[in-house]
Design a protein around this ligand. Structure first.
Ligand SMILES: Cc1ncc(COP(=O)(O)O)c(C=O)c1O
Length: 371
């Protein structure tokens, strides 16, 4: 390899994101195997890791219909390696709709809509670009974020989509985000089944009205094996499963942690405490403080900008200069803070993978444009 890679995990400058390639491949294979049987397929969410090398491994593992994205910037990167991209989000400004239209010239693009205003903006961009943009009517299945209500309101928007110039109605989506972290499996399952009833019923109403509804999209890492086995759901948008975080670890899904934030101990000011250089500028704390990997009895007690304070058993041999490995509570916002993954096989660094879609690319492009 021509790049200047650290040869061992001990040489990685900290704070850094470390990715365990074997654990990643195991998670990807497990999810692909689940979707290899039954009619529903997987459309992995790119927003979780924003890393083309990971996405390519997900697609290569099979059982996928394409990639899911949350932003136009992610979709533009995903179009470099995937020919079927779902933007599971509302795109409404003329500038972003024009970028979606430009993408539709290169790959099959489908976008969520939940308003006539959004639909009209996409339709205008599609006609100006001379392309067809696919849409899914986005339903509120209980999360209370975006989405029209299941039933009549969704059917009305579907009819409007079917009649819009440059628009192809492809189906419906309903993300049960509020149910992903429900710890109790029985409760998660019964509430998900209930939430998905409105989505599947609306898809049938749309078909009964003589309109196309080929895609019925839902699901995440917490509900993939519930929504993914419900009659009528055609694809699942899970993302976190590939890398995992401590929050999903507590939900009890069958995937293992495949990444962590590597830090260096910079202070051991007391027998029962050390401080490492990986604060919340290197990982989120929105779901909870991170876990500690591989040090018995250690617990993160606070994260500041550039400091992780870790409570230790008083006899711990940890000293200044030692490495610590912290397991973030939430995949997506942690990865978005970093430029690359150091990919390891045991103690050996085998590659670095750029997190190519991190941040908001439109601003970066402006900075890097011609002087
Ligand atoms: C629209 C949408 N679909 C799917 C997901 C599922 O992602 P994950 O599997 O990472 O929970 C998310 C996560 O926030 C989302 O916002």
């Amino acid at each position: 390899m021509s790049r200047n890679l650290p040869s061992s995990i001990n040489e990685i400058p900290t704070p850094a994101l470390v990715l365990d390639r074997a654990a990643l491949d195991g998670n990807i294979a497990r999810m692909a195997a689940f979707f290899a049987s039954g009619p529903c397929r997987l459309r992995p969410h790119f927003k979780a890791h924003k890393t083309p090398e990971i996405a390519k491994r997900q697609l290569a593992a099979g059982s996928c219909t394409g990639m899911t994205c949350a932003t136009v910037g992610e979709a533009e990167i995903a179009a470099g390696f995937c020919d079927d991209v779902l933007l599971a989000n509302e795109i409404v400004t003329p500038e972003k709709c024009a970028r979606v239209a430009a993408l539709a010239r290169r790959v099959r693009v489908t976008t969520a809509v939940d308003s006539l205003a959004g639909l009209e903006a996409l339709s205008r961009a599609a006609s100006e670009g001379g392309v067809r943009i696919g849409v899914l009517v986005d339903l509120n299945v209980g999360q209370g974020r975006c989405g029209v209500e299941p039933g009549e309101a969704a059917l009305t928007l579907a009819r409007q989509a079917a009649q819009s110039v440059g628009i192809e109605l492809r189906g419906v989506m309903g993300y049960e985000g509020h149910l992903q972290p429900v710890r109790d499996r029985g409760e998660r399952e019964s509430r998900t089944r209930q939430a998905m009833r409105g989505l599947v019923h609306t898809a049938n109403q749309i078909r009964d009205a003589g309109l196309l509804c080929e895609i019925v999209s839902a699901g995440g890492t917490g509900t993939f094996d519930i929504s993914g086995r419900i009659d009528g759901i055609t694809e699942i948008q899970a993302g976190s499963y590939a890398l995992m975080d401590t929050d999903y670890g507590a939900v009890g899904v069958p995937f293992e942690p495949a990444f962590w934030v590597l830090g260096t101990v910079v202070s051991r000011p007391a027998r029962d405490r050390c401080v490492a250089d990986c604060g919340h500028k290197s990982m989120t704390k929105d779901h909870s403080l991170p876990g500690v990997r591989g040090i018995n009895g250690a617990k993160v007690t606070s994260l500041n900008d550039e400091h992780a304070t870790i409570a230790l058993p008083p006899d711990s041999p940890i000293k200044i200069g030692d490495r610590v490995e912290l397991l973030p509570s939430h995949v997506d916002p942690t990865i978005n803070l970093h430029d690359l993954f150091y990919v390891v096989d045991g103690q050996t660094v085998v590659d670095v993978w750029p997190i190519a879609a991190r941040g908001y690319l439109e601003h970066r492009t402006k900075m890097e444009g011609p002087a």
